[in-house]
Structures are given as C-alpha cells and as structure tokens.
Write a protein that binds this ligand. Structure first.
Ligand code: CP3
Length: 349
C-alpha cells in the first residue's frame, strides 16, 4: 500500500507532529451566527435540529466558512447534545439559549433506562454529512469530528439546560457521587462509540469539548472530569490509535497539568493561559491549539495581526493549530474573521 502522508492535508500533518511551514488554522464555531449566509439559512430552517440533522442543510452550513475563508479545518455542523436522543434523552436546542433537556436526568430509574448508543441507527445523518464533507474538501482541508465530554454532557443532562452555577450537578456530585459516576460512565461509553463511528465515517481529527469542566476545582476535576476523559480517549485509541485527538476545557488555566495526562494528543488552550506557559506545562510531546481571545476580533486589523503573530511565536513551530481560545462570538465582523484566516495563511515559520 502506498503511504498517503505526503498528500495528507496540512492540519492533519501538523496534528501528527510532522514538520509544516505554517500553522494550520480553523476557528471554533466557524459556522454560525456571525456569518450572514448562516443567518439567512436559519430563516429557512428555524430549528437547530433541522439545520444539523438534515444532511444537505448541515453540509451546506459546514461548507459556508470553507467557501468564504478556506480554513484548513472543516468541522461537522452538529452539537454536543446531538447523540442524547439515541441514549433515550430527549432534547432540543433553543434559540439563544442552547440545549434544553425536557426531563433532566436525576434518578436511578432514569439512569437504568438509558440505552447504549448505536450511532448507525440513531445518528444516520452523520455518515452522509462526513462523507460529503470529505468528498467536497478533498486534500485541501482536514475534516474534524467532535463530541462533548462526559462531565459537560452530564451537566446538560442533569441540570436540564445551561447553567451559571452548576448547582444541581454539583449537588449530586457532593451528596450522591455514586449516582453521578454511573451517569458519567454511561456517557463515556456512548461518547467513545460515537467518536469511533465519526472516524469510521471520515473524520480525520476529533475534538472533545469538556466546556464546563473548568467550573470544577482541580481536586474535583480529578474525580469527575479527568477519569472519564481518559475512559473515552483510551477506548477510542484502542481501535483508532492514529487519529489525532484534541481536548478542550474552557477556563483551563488551573487544570493544564491534569489535561496533559488525559491521553489527548493535543490540548486546545484558552486565553486564560499564556501560550508559552501552556507549552511549558504540557511538554514537547503534546500539541497545542489556540489560543487567541475571540474578543481580539473586535480590535483593529493591526491589533489582530500582532496578537496572531504573538500567539504563533509563543506556540513554536511544532504541532500547533492556530485557533481562537473558544468559539467566535456571534457579533464578530465577518471581515475580521476573514482577516484572521488570511493572516495565518500568509505566515511562514
Ligand atoms: O464549531 C463549529 O462551527 C461547529 C458547530 C458547533 C455547534 N455547537 C453549533 C451550534 C459546535 C462545535 C458545538 C459544540 C457545543 N455545543 C459546545 C462545545 C463548544 C463550546 O462552545 O464550548 C457546547 C457547550 C454546546 C452547547 C450549546 N449549543 C450552546 C452553549 C449553544 C449556544 C447557545 C446560544 O445560542 O448562544 C448551542 C447552540 C448552537 N450550537 C449554536 C451553534 C452554531 C447557536 C445556535 C444557532 O446558531 O442557532
């Protein structure tokens, strides 16, 4: 068999630690509300579940930023809660609010009633979407899959919606931890299955979002987040050892050391940590993604350029994917998003 490494797209090569002449670039939430094309399409398909589960629509949304800016990564348009109905957890995604779980998961009987995830059956649109994205971008870009991590999905399932305080799930964690551990373990199994499925369907790099794990103190992170991140990553690596795995925690400055032992190949760093410091903590073997503050895109072009160069220099010329530290904000001028992509694509180490 001929090795395809030379033909592999830039982002995949960088994620594997191969030598590249500039960092690849994509943006979390690059498909979404800051783009007029997305807002127009949203009028036609007002329900998020339609936009993400009707393959032609989801494919179109994923490709909007690809056509507009030519990023090195094209991410599946979906949501972290998308697999929940396949486990028996009904959900919706409300305009401006995010996920809503109509019957929050809080009792032993509800946990016992959860079903193992069979992606082929409950998420049939994923295969169509990922295959179409691969066909569309060819070797010009890398197709990314993604999932939510057990703690973050459990936070939605137990709280019933997004939260500022996480009072319900923390209440469970600190008064009935055995109940929560069962939930986390079931999510870990389902998510690992789902990641493997996305890779089988064409995802070349996968990212796991533990968006709300930064709400835990380091000690509790080690009890409720880290072991289940590891469970997912170990299970995926058993069957798909060569697919780069990126881990994101939002507000991660205090848990960098713990993230480094999750088994992830790359850590998505947010702007609460200086990129040079993140590199020093993570060591030479782990790659980094990020970490520009999305708010920088409200600044002048000169300011944006300076911050891009600063980030790239601090990350060094090895195993770095340029990105924001978290998702692009909905009111960002599209022109500044375009400038972000152009500036990185013109950079040379
Ligand atoms: O990055 C991409 O372009 C892919 C799309 C993507 C979406 N959700 C689409 C979406 C990704 C990667 C996600 C992941 C996701 N969903 C996360 C992890 C990433 C993170 O931000 O930490 C989380 C926590 C969720 C849960 C969720 N879904 C939230 C918090 C919201 C936003 C609520 C709001 O309206 O501000 C959603 C809805 C959602 N998912 C939107 C998009 C583009 C916005 C709603 C819309 O466009 O109609």
């Amino acid at each position: 068999m001929v090795t395809m490494t030379q033909d592999a797209p830039l982002l995949l090569r960088a994620a594997r630690g191969e030598s590249v002449d500039r960092p690849p670039v994509w943006m979390m939430r690059q498909a979404g509300r800051y783009m007029k094309a997305y807002r127009d399409l949203r009028e036609k398909y007002p329900s998020f579940r339609e936009r993400s589960e009707i393959p032609e629509v989801a494919i179109e949304v994923s490709l909007q930023p690809w056509r507009a800016f030519g990023p090195d990564g094209v991410i599946l348009f979906s949501d972290i809660v998308t697999p929940m109905p396949g486990m028996g957890i009904d959900m919706d995604i409300a305009e401006g609010k995010g996920p809503i779980i109509h019957e929050p998961l809080r009792t032993q009987a509800q946990i016992d009633a959860l079903t193992p995830l069979n992606p082929e059956e409950s998420l049939p649109f994923i295969k169509t979407i990922l295959k179409a994205l691969r066909a569309e971008v060819g070797n010009q870009a890398t197709v990314l899959g993604f999932v939510g991590a057990p703690w973050t999905l459990a936070a939605y399932a137990v709280e019933g919606k997004g939260s500022k305080t996480y009072s319900v799930i923390k209440g469970m964690a600190f008064s009935d931890p055995a109940l929560l551990h069962q939930i986390l373990s079931k999510f870990a199994d389902a998510i690992a299955t789902y990641v493997g499925y996305q890779i089988d369907c064409g995802a070349q790099v996968v990212q796991m979002f533990d968006s709300w794990a930064g709400q835990l103190c380091p000690q509790d992170y080690e009890t409720f987040a880290l072991p289940y991140q590891k469970q997912v990553i170990q299970k995926v690596k058993q069957t798909h050892p060569d697919t780069p795995f990126i881990l994101l925690v939002s507000g991660s400055a205090g848990v960098m050391k713990q993230m480094a032992v999750s088994g992830a190949d790359m850590i998505s760093v947010d702007w609460t940590v200086d990129m040079a410091e993140a590199r020093a903590i993570l060591g030479p073997d782990i790659g980094v993604q990020g970490n520009m503050d999305p708010g920088v895109l409200f600044g002048s072009k000169d300011f944006i350029r300076d911050r891009i160069y600063d980030t790239i220099r601090k990350a060094g010329n090895h195993k770095h994917i340029m990105n924001l530290g978290h998702g692009i904000l909905p009111t960002t001028p599209e022109e500044n998003a375009a400038f972000f992509f152009e500036t990185v694509k013109q950079y040379r180490y």
